[in-house]
Design a protein around this ligand. Structure first.
Ligand code: SF4
Ligand code: SF4
Length: 156
């Protein structure tokens, strides 16, 4: 585990985050980890950990949070929000973090549009695969992969 440089901590960070609609309850987090256990992204990327990101915010690690790739991995499915015993809505907190990251120059301005395109691509891939296994789709395996390749190429 990396050491925390307390001199770089921003004591106002948590208050700034909490001032946004939907993020008000962040200070109630008692670090139980239920959000992480309920997160579908954590299942495929163990470095992605909502509990840890909340802890970093509460510790004032502004730069570490806003420059991290993790804040872009959230699929905004609201599973964490639905399961949190303290009423913390990480799915809303992540929106605040993304907006701060763009405003403070840690991410390109068009990144939100790209994230939406990735979500659309993932949903379409999922739909095609489910149609295939349920026999409701005439697309071949090659055609499904080809569609994804075209979408991914368009993201550059
Ligand atoms: S489930 Fe809620 S209280 Fe538990 S770590 Fe996540 S945000 Fe904090
Ligand atoms: S909203 Fe984001 S952090 Fe919460 S469970 Fe879904 S993917 Fe995970």
């Amino acid at each position: 585990m990396s050491k925390i440089n307390i001199e770089r901590a921003d004591a106002n960070f948590k208050y700034e985050v909490a001032s946004h609609p939907g993020a008000e309850n962040i200070k109630k987090c008692f670090s139980c980890g239920t959000c992480t256990g309920a997160c579908p992204v954590f299942r495929v990327e163990s470095d992605y950990n909502p509990r840890k990101i909340i802890r970093q915010i509460l510790l004032g690690l502004r730069k570490e949070v806003l420059q991290s790739k993790e804040i872009w991995l959230c699929a905004r499915c609201y599973s964490c929000t639905a399961h949190c015993p303290q009423g913390v809505s990480f799915a809303d907190i992540i929106v605040v973090l993304r907006e701060m990251a763009i405003q403070e120059g840690y991410a390109p301005k068009n990144i939100l549009k790209k994230i939406d395109e990735i979500t659309d691509c993932a949903n379409e891939f999922r739909k095609d695969c489910i149609n295939r296994i349920t026999g409701n789709n005439s697309l071949s395996e090659h055609e499904i992969v080809s569609k994804v390749r075209t979408k991914v190429a368009g993201l550059r």
